[in-house]
Design a protein around this ligand. Structure first.
Ligand code: ADP
Ligand code: ZN
Length: 527
């Protein structure tokens, strides 16, 4: 291990400059690298684009032997390795895209000590064959570290669960002396705990970077005339580069074409366009000034354009993780940038349908529905956007003064009584039910489930008949978004009161919520 250096440039800084060409560490990179170089375990939470890779690449170069990187993203391995090779780092990958000869060749170089970094898919890492290689490396003191990228894949409740990730705990059992660094960009508090438990990272230091992007201004408006609204938003931004996200390819095409007729330099981008067209549009976006890319979520991964001035969403993303990632493409240069979104409940219907029709299992679907509710709760919330967003990622924050809620506070109503009713409905039913049943209870609906549990005999039954179902849905979502209620992922999404709910329940605090919007007649608005 390297000696800590007080005065001169540290070995880590030297590599940062000489190999990677950067002048200084970002955020907590330096700390993390020092910790791992000295042999410590680490769990790193850093937003996408924050610079996670260097946190294991530099320690792998500083420690003896090879760093083994577990990554589920086969498509990205090639890019990472190419970039490392260009920088003069001896890197390779092992995954199912390689033929047998290439695998054997890489293994040989691994054993000869000719590699600094090797990227491996999790299913390969745990084969007898690869474990045999690792044993041999450890024997010679040539295993520098394990890096476990996208560590949230170990979470069964998450979106990206990979069963093979569970097996990675074996690394710790078999190679207790080898430091491990787990990294992820998406981990709420629960997922974080799960990563620690499942990967046996009890003694790991946890490094949490702030997810805040203070230069991004968040604005969310309800959709009434989306084209007019988008044009108004773009009016002050002529000549600026931006991305407009839509849910469907068809809408991308139509929106790009229509923006063209309005004098906006807009180009479409989605997976339905041929590769050459996509490539051409992407290049123009990167090289020319003021191009507006109208795109599905197919656009954005790996796009490195620091001066994207705005990201507009014409439809609701399906999770806050996605929203954060997509809006995060604005303002990478640190200059003021906008995240603007228009949403309608129609989007929710479409997302729910997609979830219902997807081939995923019931548990997965439940998680996806919950995430969608959180996304919608964020839109409807009367709380500072940044506070809600950061809380979702497990970070405390103060109202920011740079979002629509802070700058132009919404009309609120005193929802203390309604909130108390909602909470007592959850309490009296043992905190074992989701919003649907609780709303039926509040509205006094005698469903089969109601009579089966005898809930129609509860004093709460029917006390909320004055508010319609969609009004109650909005209240529950806002209670969730405000962290007063929590959805218990391990108990079928049952709503559970959080500590913060007590003062309201006991009548010691008031609660003001955004007024649910009056319901429009079906088909009344053109989306
Ligand atoms: P993540 O894995 O967290 O999404 P990456 O490791 O891919 O992020 O880094 C994102 C970008 O930031 C890359 O282009 C990387 O080269 C760059 N980067 C990382 N660390 C630094 C640094 N200290 N100074 C300048 N650029 C950096
Ligand atoms: Zn704010």
């Amino acid at each position: 291990p390297a000696e800590p250096v007080g005065d001169a440039r540290s070995p880590a800084q030297e590599i940062l400059q000489r190999v990677f060409g950067y002048g200084a560490f970002r955020d907590r990179q330096g700390e993390i690298i020092d910790h791992v170089v000295r042999g410590g375990d680490a769990l790193v939470l850093m937003p996408t684009g924050g610079g996670k890779s260097l946190c294991y690449q530099i320690p792998a170069l500083l420690r003896d032997g090879v760093g083994v990187v577990v990554s589920p993203l086969i498509a990205l391995m090639q890019d990472q390795v190419d970039a490392l090779l260009q920088a003069g780092v001896r890197a390779a990958f092992l995954n199912s895209s390689l033929d047998f000869d290439a695998v054997v060749d890489t293994e040989r170089r691994l054993l000869r000590g000719e590699l600094d970094l090797v990227y491996v898919a999790p299913e390969r890492l745990l084969t007898e064959r690869f474990i045999g290689l690792l044993d041999a490396l450890v024997e010679r003191g040539q295993l520098a570290l394990f890096a476990i990228d996208e560590a949230h894949c170990v979470s069964q409740w998450g979106h990206d669960f990979r069963p093979e990730y569970i097996q990675l705990s074996r690394l710790h059992e078999r190679y207790p002396q080898t430091p491990r660094i787990a990294l992820t960009a998406t981990a709420d508090a629960l997922t974080r705990e799960e990563i620690v438990v499942r990967l046996g990272l009890d003694s790991a230091r946890i490094f949490v970077s702030s997810f805040d992007r203070p230069n991004i201004r968040y604005t969310i408006v309800e959709r009434d005339n989306p084209r007019r609204q988008l044009l108004d938003f773009l009016a002050g931004r002529r000549g600026e580069a931006g991305i407009v996200y839509c849910l469907s390819r068809k809408k991308v095409d139509e929106t790009a074409e229509w923006l063209g007729t309005q004098g906006v330099a807009a180009l479409p981008y989605h997976a339905g366009l041929d590769a050459a067209t996509r490539q051409r549009h992407q290049q123009r976006f990167l090289r020319e000034d003021g191009i507006v890319m109208v795109a599905t979520i197919a656009f954005g991964m790996g796009i490195d354009k620091p001066d994207v001035r705005f990201v507009a969403h014409l439809d609701l993303p399906k999770t806050l993780e996605a929203y954060y990632q997509e809006t995060g493409r604005a303002g990478r240069d640190g200059e003021a940038a906008e995240a603007w979104m228009t949403y309608g409940l129609n989007d929710v219907v479409i997302h729910r349908q997609r979830i219902d029709e997807s081939p995923s299992g019931d548990e997965q679907k439940r998680v996806e529905r919950q995430k969608l509710e959180a996304m919608l709760g964020f839109c409807e919330s009367a709380q500072c956007r940044r506070v809600t967003l950061l809380n979702y990622f497990g970070e405390a924050a103060e109202p920011c003064g740079n979002c629509d809620v802070c700058l132009d506070p919404p009309e609120l109503w005193d929802a203390t009584v309604a909130a108390r009713k909602a909470m007592s409905a959850a309490l009296r039913t043992g905190q074992r039910f989701g919003a649907g049943h609780l709303i039926d209870l509040l509205r006094g609906k005698k469903t089969e489930k109601m009579t089966q549990y005898g809930h129609d005999a509860l004093p709460t039954f029917g006390v909320g008949a004055d508010i319609d179902e969609s009004g109650w849905r909005s209240i529950f979502r806002q209670l969730l978004a405000a962290g007063l209620l929590e959805a218990d992922a391990s108990a079928y999404g049952a709503l559970v009161l959080s500590e913060n709910a007590r003062p309201i329940l006991r009548g010691e605090a008031e609660l003001r919520l955004r007024r649910p919007r009056p319901r429009k007649k079906a088909g009344g608005s053109k989306e």
